[in-house]
Design a protein around this ligand. Structure first.
Ligand code: ADP
Ligand code: ZN
Length: 766
């Protein structure tokens, strides 16, 4: 059926959508993604179609004036992808479309940067001789220009030491030609990278690359005649491929840190490139460091690579996106949203560190870029390669059940040893040291030994601040956030108590704030990175210690600076949060200390064990990447927890086996699929009322065999003055579940101060 109504986001009222009627003559050309001209108030403006509908609740609609550009911003396939997202993640397609287009492109506020360009023209020797005599400066500029095919006027002015007026004079005389030319804003400012050659691969790498290449080759159309196929059931229900090329299964590379996964990606991309296919590489935002990007930029021709990261200016983002859309960029590297990069000839999507939770967007649409990548691969018939040292349990489960092809790289390149991991039982340590100290004797001695040898140390604690809470031993007062159901963290240097959820900050009190108590003996307990830094500095006064967490990352460039200082040996000990846990390579780091391994274990979340295992293995991977053997010291109060014991043995399979058993027994993903609905309201009564009403409604629509919980307070029961109630729904068939939920959600009217978030495949239940 033809849609009669277009939902349009207009340039002058950006955050709202307006309904317009579609005139008959535009019905065939207008699509989601079309740029259109529309009447708005007393004027006309441009806008952009984000949705289509059969009817509108508004009676007197205006008509779309015209379609501005023939080529819609979204390709058919990406449009199809956003439709799938809408169904799968229970979310309006408009939101998914917005996600697929960067704001700067959607609102077309910015255009290409055009600048005056000057080209040489053919001249007689006579002309030149005259010019040399009469205007030597202009002649000099001309000489510079004639060695090139042309350059921007500003460049010539700079090189020849003349001003733009002089170049205009030259143009008037007919000695040069002036035009406007698009200048691409280059985020790398012409930075040059030393080119690298493909490395000769290790045997495991050879096998792994062969699987990737087989997947890429399967997508290359041999007959060139794509035939239509009917819908087929898939693991990502509802998404089906539409051509006769075989859609290859995604390849999951399970390779320990340092096993050479990145080299495999590079060579797979090269293969795709040779066959005229484009690649997208997804990395977690935190890994979009110069170190990673450099490896890609050094391997491929500069013009063909685009790096999309959050530091791009709007202009740069505009240019890069349009360059990709125009098919001028064949390799795109970026974080989550790069999965929507509109490369025209997609052949390969690589998702590095596929287990990373940052691939999941925490606002609607709550999509996971890894899963969207798999579906996009299916829709566009492209190879998908997922890589990790600690694959998500879901991904390994998919491989186990034949949905993904598994490739294992169990050894480090050159057979370097995995670091030895020693577990310190902190319960014993408390007895031995007569109290709880930041450093166990073992870790302390290990640091001392490494410092003596001029080797470097990383200490990891995934919590910033000094102490995790302040309390009064006399009256029992505990400082809590007035807006959230958490305790305030003490930051010693700033002398503040802060809430890490809502940002509430208050001066740290000197006496108990309880008006009836006022005792000065208030205590701070629990520890954060600031306390670790202080303890290390006290224990090793001569060591150069640097802390790295979001509290001190006040400038973007600081990240680079600290890593550079660490690399060149200006820092002995780096103390940090998860910021330092990710794919960095420091050959001189021989010791990694994990101060408190149990922290993630105590989260009320079925993924607590998985997160702990992943974190320990990833952090341990930072040790011993050079020639010296690495060592990891893990401090724990639950040293026999399976997540910790399996991490100690670097035993992913062992961990997976026991974890999957637990998930199966308790009906958790991936044994079943899970959707979390969170109702937020300003008062607890409202949260209770509406979440209970929602449960009643859901019961009517959800299949009898599916599981639906009662509404209960979320583990974080209050955030920013919003009370949060949760409903958990589980089903072996996710599409059946999300369809039922979507039906209920669209028909449920909530008051404006009550919101509902639907999270399909949530990565956290807090
Ligand atoms: P991963 O991505 O699995 O952590 P990397 O690709 O970063 O591993 O490889 C670790 C190191 O080994 C890098 O310095 C890389 O250049 C090097 N390397 C990778 N493959 C080879 C190879 N086949 N021969 C020699 N060095 C290699
Ligand atoms: Zn708060």
């Amino acid at each position: 059926m033809k849609s009669a109504i277009a939902k349009v986001v207009v340039d002058i009222a950006l955050d709202r959508e307006f309904d317009y009627r579609i005139p008959a003559h535009l019905a065939t050309v207008l699509r989601i993604g079309s740029r259109v001209q529309v009447p708005f108030g007393s004027r006309t403006t441009q806008g952009y179609v984000v949705g289509l509908a059969e009817s509108s609740p508004h009676p007197q609609l205006k008509e779309i004036g015209d379609v501005v550009s023939k080529q819609p911003l979204l390709t058919d396939k990406i449009l199809e992808l956003t439709r799938w997202m809408g169904r799968y993640y229970c979310c309006p397609v408009e939101l998914c479309v917005k996600c697929a287009l960067p704001e700067v492109v959607r609102k077309s506020k910015i255009s290409w940067k055009e600048r005056q360009f000057v080209r040489p023209v053919k001249l007689t020797l006579d002309d030149l001789a005259k010019l040399a005599k009469r205007a030597p400066k202009q002649f000099h500029a001309l000489e510079i220009l004639r060695k090139t095919d042309g350059m921007f006027v500003v460049q010539l002015c700079e090189q020849a030491g003349i001003d733009a007026a002089a170049i205009k004079v030259l143009a008037k005389k007919g000695f040069v030609e002036l035009t406007d030319k698009v200048e691409e804003r280059d985020p790398f400012g012409g930075e040059v990278f030393l080119p690298t050659e493909p490395l000769a691969l290790m045997p495991d790498q050879v096998k792994s690359l062969a699987l990737c290449i087989a997947a890429i080759d399967a997508t290359i159309c041999r007959s060139g005649v794509p035939a239509a196929t009917g819908p087929t059931p898939t693991d990502h229900d509802g998404a089906t491929a539409s051509t006769s090329r075989t859609v290859p299964k995604p390849v999951l590379i399970h390779g320990v840190t340092g096993s050479g996964k990145t080299e495999i990606y590079l060579q797979a991309i090269e293969h795709a490139l040779r066959h005229g296919k484009d690649s997208i590489v997804l990395v977690p935002e935190i890994s979009l460091t110069p170190q990673t990007v450099e490896r890609f930029r050094a391997r491929f021709p500069q013009q063909q690579i685009t790096v999309l990261h959050s530091h791009l200016s709007e202009g740069e983002r505009h240019d890069q996106w349009h360059k990709i859309r125009a098919g001028q960029s064949h390799i795109v590297i970026g974080a989550r949203s790069a999965v929507f990069a509109p490369v025209p000839a997609l052949g390969l999507i690589v998702v590095d560190e596929e287990h990373e939770t940052s691939y999941k967007q925490d606002e609607a649409p709550r999509y996971n870029a890894r899963d969207v990548a798999v579906v996009r691969g299916k829709l566009e018939c492209a190879a998908v390669v997922l890589g990790s040292a600690t694959p998500a349990i879901e991904s390994f489960y998919n491989a186990h059940h034949g949905r993904y092809v598994l490739s294992a790289l169990p050894r480090r390149v050159d057979h370097r040893q995995m670091p030895v991991m020693r577990i310190v039982d902190m319960r014993q340590e408390v007895l031995r040291q007569k109290g709880l100290h930041v450093l166990s004797l073992r870790l302390r001695n290990a640091i001392e030994a490494r410092l003596a040898k001029n080797e470097q140390v990383i200490l990891f604690l995934n919590r910033r601040g000094y102490a995790t809470h302040m309390f009064c031993p006399k009256c029992g007062y505990v400082a809590e956030c007035p807006n959230c159901s958490v305790k305030l963290t003490y930051h010693r240097k700033a002398a503040q108590l802060a809430c890490h959820l809502c940002g509430e900050i208050r001066p740290a009190p000197k006496v108990c704030p309880n008006p009836d108590c006022r005792d000065p003996a208030i205590r701070y307990s629990g520890m954060g990175t600031e306390k670790v830094e202080a303890a290390i500095q006290a224990a090793f006064p001569k060591a150069r210690v640097q802390r790295m967490d979001s509290d001190i990352m006040t400038r973007k460039s600081l990240y680079r600076e600290i890593f550079r200082d660490f690399r060149i040996g200006k820092i002995d000990i780096l103390v940090g949060t998860q910021m330092i846990a990710k794919g960095l390579h420091f050959p001189n780091v021989t010791l990694v200390g994990i101060i408190y391994a149990d922290m993630a274990l105590h989260m009320p979340d079925f993924r607590a064990g998985e997160r702990t295992f992943q974190l320990l293995v990833q952090v341990a991977g930072r040790a011993g990447r050079g020639d010296v053997e690495g060592e990891v010291v893990v401090q724990s109060f639950t040293p026999f927890h399976p997540a910790i014991q399996h991490a100690r043995q670097h035993d992913y399979l062992g961990f997976y086996d026991q974890e999957i058993e637990f998930r199966q027994q308790l009906h958790y993903p991936p044994a079943t699929r899970l959707v979390c609905l969170t109702v937020r309201a300003k008062t607890e009564e409202k949260a209770i009322f509406f979440s209970a009403a929602l449960v009643r409604e859901l019961r009517k629509h959800i299949a009898g065999t599916d599981l639906l919980s009662e509404a209960t307070p979320a583990p974080l029961a209050k955030v920013q003055n919003n009370y949060r109630y949760q409903i958990i729904a589980r089903s072996p068939q996710i599409m059946r579940l999300t369809e039922a939920i979507a039906k209920v959600v669209t028909s449920t009217k909530l008051p404006p101060d009550v919101t509902l978030a639907v999270d399909v495949d949530p990565v956290s239940l807090l």
